[in-house]
Design a protein around this ligand. Sequence first.
Ligand SMILES: C[S@@+](CC[C@H](N)C(=O)[O-])C[C@H]1O[C@@H](n2cnc3c(N)ncnc32)[C@H](O)[C@@H]1O
Length: 208
Amino acid sequence: MRNAPSPDANTVIALLTIWLGLGLCACANAGETDRIAELLALEPGIVLADVGAGDGDWAFRLVERVGSSGHVYATEVDDDELDKIRRRIEKDDHGNVTAIKGDQEQTGLEAGCCDAILLRLVYHHFTQPAVMRADLRRALRPGGRLVIVDIVPQRHWRDLPGVPERGGHGIPVEDVIQEMTGDGFDLVAQYDDWNGDDDRYCVVFRLP
Ligand SMILES: C[S@@+](CC[C@H](N)C(=O)[O-])C[C@H]1O[C@@H](n2cnc3c(N)ncnc32)[C@H](O)[C@@H]1O
């Protein structure tokens, strides 16, 4: 019987690095989930919208925090991402998550339906931010929290067609604050170096 070849030292180091990287990434995401849930003031019964939800990863993390008496609306403009969200709702039987098709002029959310709104890495994708802000205002109940996690402009990332020019892929935090407060949202808190990344930030707003 022949012995299986043992992996060389480089392979072992590469595998350990990947394993450690995945572990660190999972820890960072768990920490960010707690922070976002706290800043959104999530508790059982809350209705949350995750606007620009991607594949729904954050919507499904946060639905745990609003419980069976709460609800999460996951909005997307991309049909492939919406399909992923819908498939997971069905697979995991998430009766309190709803996928909503939006576009660049409306979220698709009902007026006054949300206690809290999350925009994670999506504000800089808006081609008509003023129109979207008006729609977000319409969807959020007075006193509701709106949390924006975003990234300072990255010069070497892909261009996003149709978005306002802001020096790269992303948006300066000053622009987010000026645009949101200019539309009547109150600034509650600002966090730089969000989740240990000095290009990311988080800003918390409240609708008066
Ligand atoms: C960088 S991804 C972020 C996904 C997710 N929020 C996350 O943090 O992992 C941005 C997503 O926003 C979506 N998007 C862009 N403009 C949008 C809009 N006006 N309304 C809803 N979703 C939008 C894109 O299709 C994309 O899936």
